[in-house]
Design a protein around this ligand. Structure first.
Ligand code: KPL
Length: 272
């Protein structure tokens, strides 16, 4: 997803630097859904002042990635989170004038070394909880299909998180593709329980929450039937998962309201 964002930022004329663990530049080949292929070059970090920082690391790596960059941040810098889950910046103290924006995307892409296969270009919402988009958004929108500003990004984050909290851990547990959750049996029953619990919390946060997490999760599982979820991909690659920022975040928020979510708690325990 980071490379996909980079391709769109470069197309919009932004000057980009790649801040990576190996401090090296990188080359990527993107294969678009319409059959086109394009190449991008990501220049290495130049240690300059940071005006805009797109964070595309896994949620659990966020603090360690950003902390060393804080002294290089411009006081009016924008941090743009492009990550699954919520709460990845909790515990990090940012200068008060730094703006933190969140992207919620239903685009799909996977990477094999330098090759990026873009599976779907859908809708991406961006926001920071305020009604006022940053001025650079209008330059980016023509090059980022489906990108739009929302004044209520938190609700959009919850909508995505609730679906991820149903699909991702179950696919990781059953080692199955997203579509294989729709088995009219045990897996679907667990989807139902997880969705009900997520809706119970969300109804407390948003009195008009429509309790549609199961319907939306089944829809996403159908639309992405052949996908390996990001959490299953992490498990198969032996990487830490983002479960603490998905189901764990739901549980932390529920705990603050005195609400128990036993199905989510059980999953967290099962996934370790
Ligand atoms: O966001 C996803 C993920 O895998 O993290 C879904 C929508 C479940 C697609 O696989």
């Amino acid at each position: 997803m980071g490379s996909l964002a980079a391709a769109r930022l470069l197309a919009a004329g932004f000057s980009l630097r790649l801040i990576s663990r190996d401090h090296q530049p990188a080359q990527r080949q993107l294969h678009w859904p319409d059959g086109r292929t394009s190449s991008i070059h990501l220049a290495a970090d130049d240690n300059d002042t940071i005006r805009h920082l797109v964070v595309a690391v896994k949620a659990g790596e966020t603090i360690a990635a950003i902390q060393p960059l804080l002294s290089r941040m411009h006081p009016q810098a924008d941090i743009v989170r492009l990550q699954n889950g919520m709460g990845s910046l909790d515990g990090l103290t940012l200068p008060g004038t730094v703006r933190c924006l969140h992207l919620v995307s239903t685009d799909g892409a996977w990477r094999d070394a330098e090759q990026i296969q873009v599976v779907a270009e859908n809708r991406t919402l961006i926001g920071d909880g305020s009604p006022r988009p940053p001025p650079w958004l209008t330059d980016l929108q023509p090059h980022w299909p489906g990108l739009s500003w929302t004044a209520d990004i938190e609700r959009a984050q919850w909508q995505k998180l609730a679906v991820n909290a149903v699909i991702n851990p179950l696919t990781a547990l059953y080692r199955c593709r997203n579509g294989e959750l729709l088995d009219a049996g045990e897996r679907e029953q667990r989807m139902q329980l997880l969705a009900q619990e997520a809706d119970a919390l969300l109804a407390r946060l948003y009195p008009d929450w429509p309790a549609d997490t199961l319907a939306r999760s089944c829809e996403v599982a159908r639309q992405t039937a052949a996908n390996t979820s990001s959490m299953l991909a992490d498990v198969l690659a032996g990487r830490p998962t983002e479960v603490q920022f998905i189901n764990g975040y739901l549980l932390r928020r529920a705990g603050q309201l005195g609400l128990a979510l036993p199905a989510h708690q059980a999953l967290l325990t099962e996934l370790g």
